[in-house]
Design a protein around this ligand. Structure first.
Ligand SMILES: [Zn+2]
Length: 54
């Protein structure tokens, strides 16, 4: 069971989770990207800035 990189809470992955999926910590809400499914590895999700302008 992977743990949140921010608050160390255990994060439950869905059985059908896929690499690249974005999940969030149920405790602190931090978003993580699933880097690997076996073994389950999480990394911080890329931050999407909304100020790129148009
Ligand atoms: Zn957390």
């Amino acid at each position: 069971m992977p743990k949140c990189l921010e608050c160390d809470a255990e994060i439950t992955l869905k059985a059908d989770v896929e690499t690249g999926e974005i999940i969030d910590c149920p405790d602190c809400g931090t978003e993580f990207e699933v880097r690997s499914v076996d073994p389950p590895t999480l990394d911080h999700a890329p931050q999407e800035e909304e100020d790129w302008g148009e």
